[in-house]
Design a protein around this ligand. Structure first.
Ligand code: PLP
Length: 418
């Protein structure tokens, strides 16, 4: 493992072959070439990147990966960047798996691990998708990008676009947490609050494309953010010795991470790197916005828009996810399921884990632990299961209860009341 600073260093000396062969329409299977800019397919469905996995498996070994620097680019052959493309990087280090002993005890569950994505640049997992999407956009000559966002994708885009010398326009709901909204503007994006939900922001981006000439980076409207998010699954597999946990809980808005990891697990399986079964994938949503879970419970293959959004768990406030049917496929294929959680329970869980385990989760990460608690009750999670819960962002990006206790210098301190 190389320990020296690597960010910003030209890494083309470690030449990586590219095994991406083409893009494929997720609905019709129609092929599209690499090397040009793409949005949705001709029928309006997301495009999926395909690879020559046989050649990848014949060329690369797990040992090769183990010798590389500890960041997401150690998995470069699983990404669509051609060998000539220099990644736009801000230091995407491997995120840790942190065990939660008090949760294991209270839920009588063999192993509960948090994969803490809050350690990434801009404090969330969105950095992974942005690092790859912005690298690809830059290489394809994009000068201007726009995005609708619940917040974290916006700050991720703003940072990576700035790093790449690309202009960014970010539209986020008016009540996006202050820190994230400020972060977007602070990174140099043209940032706008919109008095609506992320769908209203998406409309502004879509309708402005012709006049503004920007590239639309809306979730699943371009093919490369998904590829970047596969690195979560690659890290997890490597951290588990090239096997996987029994269940993965992920807070689900657009659902890209579930789609990305499931795609990756099949790629790994096809090249023969994975021991044991694939995990059951669990979509965690809110009782105040749970369109994917509702469709899953009804046995449907398409998602209907959620009418009345009431949750304040910002990351899961996506009432009409574009890739809803792809997420449902993942749940069905993996023998997984979906769980709805309540905002109050989430806030209590966040406070408890912070105080009891020393780990500051974002509300979306805490939502996954509430879901785990519910599913231990229902029995969908058994006592012997190894569970990984994703903390999708740093807890520091969301508001905390204020600290209001003051002492006055010069006054005698009554130590007995501290
Ligand atoms: C902290 C956090 N968690 C989870 C999500 C949901 O991610 P996705 O929309 O890819 O399902 C988001 C999306 O904004 C988020 O910001």
């Amino acid at each position: 493992m190389t320990l020296h600073a690597d960010v910003g260093r030209n890494r083309n000396s470690e030449t990586k072959a590219c095994f991406a062969t083409h893009l494929e329409c997720s609905k019709t299977g129609e092929h599209y070439p690499l090397g040009t800019l793409h949005g949705l397919s001709r029928v309006g469905a997301p495009l999926i990147v395909r690879y020559d996995l046989k050649a990848l498996g014949d060329t690369l070994s797990k040992e090769d990966i183990a010798r590389r620097p500890p960041d997401m680019w150690r998995y470069r052959e699983f990404l669509p960047l051609g060998p000539e493309i220099e990644p736009i990087s801000l230091g995407e280090s491997i995120t840790p798996l942190i065990r939660l002993p008090t949760v294991e005890n209270s839920l009588n569950c063999a192993e509960v691990l948090v994969k803490d994505e809050g350690r990434l640049p801009t404090g969330s997992f969105k950095a992974r998708g942005m690092a790859v999407a912005v690298s690809m956009a830059k290489s394809l000559g994009v000068k201007r990008i726009a995005i609708p966002t619940a917040g974290n994708a916006g700050s991720g885009l703003a940072a990576y676009a700035t790093r790449a010398g690309i202009e960014s326009f970010v539209f986020t709901p008016a009540d996006t947490p202050e820190i994230t909204a400020s972060e977007i503007a602070f990174h140099g994006a043209r940032a706008w609050r919109v008095d609506g939900l992320v769908g209203d922001c998406a409309k502004i981006v879509a309708e402005g494309t012709e006049e503004m000439g920007w590239f639309d980076l809306t979730t699943l409207k371009e093919p490369y953010r998904v590829e970047g998010k596969k690195t979560m699954g690659l890290e997890l597999a490597e951290q588990f010795g090239w096997s996987l946990p029994d269940l993965i809980f992920f807070p689900t808005g657009g659902g890209v991470c579930l789609i990305a990891m499931w795609k990756l697990f099949h790629e790994l399986r096809e090249i023969g790197w994975l021991e044991g079964p694939l995990p059951r994938m669990v979509a965690v949503q809110s009782t105040g916005c749970g369109p994917i879970v509702k469709a899953f419970e009804a046995g449907k293959t398409e998602v209907e828009p959620w009418e009345n959004v009431t949750t304040q768990i910002h990351g899961v406030r996506v009432p009409n996810p574009l890739g809803g049917s792809l997420v449902l496929d993942v749940l069905y294929q993996s023998n997984g399921f979906g769980t709805l959680v309540d905002d109050n329970a989430v806030n209590q869980m966040r406070a408890r884990i912070c105080a009891e385990e020393g780990l500051h989760l974002c509300p979306e990460g805490a939502a996954c632990l509430v879901a785990l608690e519910i599913e231990r009750e229902t029995g969908r999670v058994g006592p012997g299961d190894r569970v990984v819960v994703f903390n999708s962002a740093s807890g520091l990006k969301s508001p905390m209860p204020p600290m209001t206790q003051n002492l006055h210098k010069g006054h005698e301190v009554d130590y007995s009341i501290l």
